[in-house]
Design a protein around this ligand. Structure first.
Ligand code: NAP
Length: 307
């Protein structure tokens, strides 16, 4: 029998990734949506999550709304006894997500805090290749054009929107998955546009045991976009590029694959529900929180969407 799913927030990621991935997932059926503006043909639509929960017969909910305001929506879904899948980041703060995990346990439902970049094709092979090897250093270069990827998204520049850490947390989700030991932030500098509450660029220093980890995040990159992670080891240089879809060893391609991140996420959600389990990993959000805690703040030129 199919899991009846309700989707909340019909923005960029819901349309680009969630709708096609849901349609391609066995054991899952989109049964209704909640949107402030949009409707979908032949599907019941509601204005908000509370009317969705009251009016539709659902087993599970996916929240594709911005992190600000997501906590109350998540509490409504869990209190109503629905399994819940959260877009990344799973909340505005670590404490919010810990409270959701406790509520899910209490209600006996599944909570899945997704990290879509961990599902990129080369991430698991990289983790396997790295296990047992000596890791000497790690470099993260995550540079993209905010005007292209986040056009007009006001929430992303507000407190809780994370700014450049909205994509940067994807890199951190990979780093914390492929490295065998705990990663700590040791320093950071964050560049805030004069007119914005969230950073447009960040450099973050971390370490795993004695190995230094340097990360550069920048939203001002035009032209070629870079989503690379390089790990120097005793057996050579491993590079994950294109957000984790390609793996190279000493500049030789090992694996180059098309994106299927969201299909993997939904298959796992169905499995988690069937097995009565949750998956909640806060490590990437914690690193971002620590970077904000330790950061030097630098003011840079104001940012306008249409400049
Ligand atoms: P978006 O295009 O701004 O869409 C968010 C949607 O949430 C809106 O269209 C709106 O849908 C709903 N919403 C409810 N309250 C809102 C509010 N106060 N302000 C703005 N929208 C509100 O954002 P998105 O890019 O889809 O991102 C949503 C989440 O997915 C974020 O956590 C983001 O980090 C994550 N994500 C995004 C991408 C990407 O490439 N864009 C990739 C991976 C993950 P209705 O009008 O239907 O209510």
């Amino acid at each position: 029998m199919s899991l009846k799913l309700g989707l909340v927030g019909l923005g960029k990621i819901a349309r680009d990734q969630h709708l096609p991935a849901i349609a391609a997932t066995p054991g899952l059926k989109l049964a209704a949506i909640a949107s402030r503006h949009a409707t979908l043909p032949d599907l019941p639509g509601f204005n908000d999550i509370d009317s969705l929960l009251a009016g539709a017969d659902l087993d599970a909910i996916t929240l594709c709304t911005p992190p600000q305001g997501r906590f109350d929506q998540a509490v409504s879904a869990l209190k109503a006894g629905r399994h819940l899948m959260l877009e990344k980041p799973p909340g505005m703060t670590v404490t919010e997500v810990e409270a959701l995990a406790a509520l899910a346990r209490q209600k006996g439902v599944t909570l899945f805090t997704t990290w879509h970049s961990r599902e990129a094709a080369a991430v698991e092979p990289a983790r396997t290749w790295l296990s047992g090897r000596r890791i000497d250093s790690v470099r993260v270069i995550w540079k993209e054009d905010v005007r292209h990827w986040h056009p007009g998204q006001a929430w992303i520049w507000e407190p809780g929107g994370l700014g450049v850490f909205d994509p940067g947390i994807n890199a951190l989700s990979i780093v914390t998955h492929i490295l065998p030991d705990a990663v700590f932030v040791t320093g950071a500098s964050l560049e805030f546009p004069a007119n914005r509450a969230a950073p447009i660029a960040a450099s973050v220093q971390m370490r795993m045991n004695a190995a230094p980890i340097e990360a550069e995040f920048d939203w001002r990159q035009t032209g070629p976009q870079t989503w690379d992670i390089e790990v120097q080891t005793d057996a050579g240089l491993l590079r994950l590029s294109k957000g984790g879809s390609e793996m190279w060893l000493d500049d030789q391609p090992q694996l180059v694959e098309e994106d299927s991140e969201y299909r993997s996420l939904y298959r796992r959600f169905v499995d988690l529900v069937a097995g009565g389990r949750s998956e909640v990993d806060l490590a990437p959000l914690r690193l971002v929180a620590d970077a904000f805690l330790l950061a030097r703040r630098i003011e840079v030129d104001a940012f306008e969407d249409d400049a």
